[in-house]
Design a protein around this ligand. Structure first.
Ligand code: ATP
Ligand code: MG
Length: 400
């Protein structure tokens, strides 16, 4: 193994809950590695993914620029399962090499130019290293102090040089990007998101991807009574969310005629809840086709009339699959802040014709009775209708 004085460029990844997984840990790590490779496919850099003890290291080709390393770091920071992403240097596991690399690492930084207060923090994953962590801190710190005249401040440093001694090498870095946390996509199975063009459902999708679900997206459009706008919006939202899992699929069901049938069957004040039940029944059919074991919605308790406790109970009654509602206890302002952070808010705020408002009654029922809903559905033959709707599915695939 030959390494230059400064070492070789790499990106060091800190795993989140994956490390708690005991026996399944290897499986999780392998899945995470696969997801990382998938995410990096489109970047034009050859990346070598290596498992280390409790961390993953991405080896980059010699001569990789800091900008390229940052691009790799930013891309993997979207992959659920990682808590920190550090552009780093990889050097031989010898005190001399570590000191040299630390000196190079900070040489051209702003912190050195303005004589920032600094600290060195070492840890050893390999205890056979000749120096203990404290001794390595002191050795490297003394050298940086000698060469650049930086003052040491262990309590509140402006610059921290991190050194991690591993089995085969040592890693050095000064900063990092926070990751998404959570679990690797796919490690919890598959689910189907009911995706409107609104603010909430994209956030719900993100939350469940982060809990390890690979998700498909299902959108109901008001077609033929609305334009295709809501589909474009749903598609744009799926595109924005795709960076967290890759290979996303959007399914679209034209729902306008079914909504009208519900109206004709005399749903009146129950129109909204009846529509939502039919959406769920259809989603359940679609879920079987795409091997999804749960449905996900953006419901938040009490946010709109269809989301009272009684109505949520009536919705749960419509299907056998579990309905996951990750936003149930969140405030709208919290949901919006998260939508902004994950980049979906500005898309959700574009105007569109939501199919739900199409035939909305003047006053909506907040305490729907399941018996009344079942009556409407009998007149409608809702089960058969759901099968038909699921048969009219249109697919939009996003390439990897
Ligand atoms: P959102 O911002 O997600 O649209 P909302 O606050 O507007 O939520 P509702 O319109 O009552 O609330 O919808 C609640 C949930 O029902 C949505 O989060 C979504 O999961 C599902 N849903 C509503 N409309 C549609 C649709 N046209 N296609 C697919 N799912 C939908
Ligand atoms: Mg909505």
């Amino acid at each position: 193994m030959t390494m230059s004085a400064m070492g070789e460029p790499c990106v060091l990844l800190k795993l989140g809950e994956v490390v708690l997984k005991g026996k399944n840990r290897e499986l999780f790590e392998r899945r995470l590695q696969g997801n990382i490779k998938g995410a990096l496919k489109k970047l034009d850099i050859r990346v070598d993914v290596r498992q280390r003890h409790g961390v993953i290291a991405l080896f980059l080709p010699e001569g990789t620029s800091a900008e390229q390393a940052d691009a790799v770091a930013r891309r993997v920071a979207d992959v659920p399962g990682l808590v920190w992403v550090h552009p780093a240097w990889r050097v031989a596991k010898e005190p001399g090499a570590v000191v040299k690399a630390a000196v190079e690492l900070v040489r051209d930084t702003d912190e050195v130019r303005r004589r920032a207060r600094f600290a060195v923090r070492s840890r050893r994953r390999d205890k056979r290293f000749p120096l203990r962590s404290m001794e390595l801190d002191r050795l490297v710190g003394g050298e940086l102090n000698d060469i650049y005249g930086l003052p040491v401040d262990l309590k509140n440093p402006e610059l921290t040089v991190h050194i991690e001694v591993d089995r085969d090498e040592a890693f050095l870095f000064t900063n990092g990007i926070p990751g998404q946390g959570g679990l690797p996509v796919g490690s919890s199975g598959r689910a189907l998101v009911l995706m409107s063009g609104g603010i909430d459902s994209p956030v719900a999708a993100y939350r469940m991807m982060r809990r390890g679900l690979r998700v498909d997206f299902l959108h109901f459009s008001g077609i033929p009574f609305t334009t295709s706008e809501s589909i474009y919006k749903a598609y744009a939202l799926v595109r924005a969310l795709d960076r967290f899992q890759g290979r996303s699929r959007l399914w679209v069901v034209p729902f306008g005629k079914a909504q009208q049938s519900i109206k004709v069957s005399g749903a009146d004040r129950l129109q909204m809840v009846a529509q939502r039940r039919l959406m769920l029944k259809t989603a359940e059919e679609v879920a079987h086709k795409v091997h999804a074991a749960a449905l996900i919605t953006g419901d938040s308790l009490g946010q709109v009339s269809s989301q009272t406790l009684a109505n949520i109970t009536a919705l749960d009654d419509a299907v056998r699959l579990p309905i996951l509602r990750p936003l149930v206890g969140m405030d709208k302002t919290e949901i919006m802040a998260e939508a902004r952070r994950i980049g979906t808010l500005s898309i959700s705020e574009l105007p569109d014709e939501d199919c739900c408002s199409l035939l909305a009654p003047r006053s909506a029922e907040t305490r729907a009775r399941i018996e009344d809903l079942r009556q409407i559905e009998k007149r409608l033959d809702a089960e058969e209708l759901a099968v038909q709707l699921a048969g009219s599915l249109q697919a939009y695939e996003l390439d990897a």
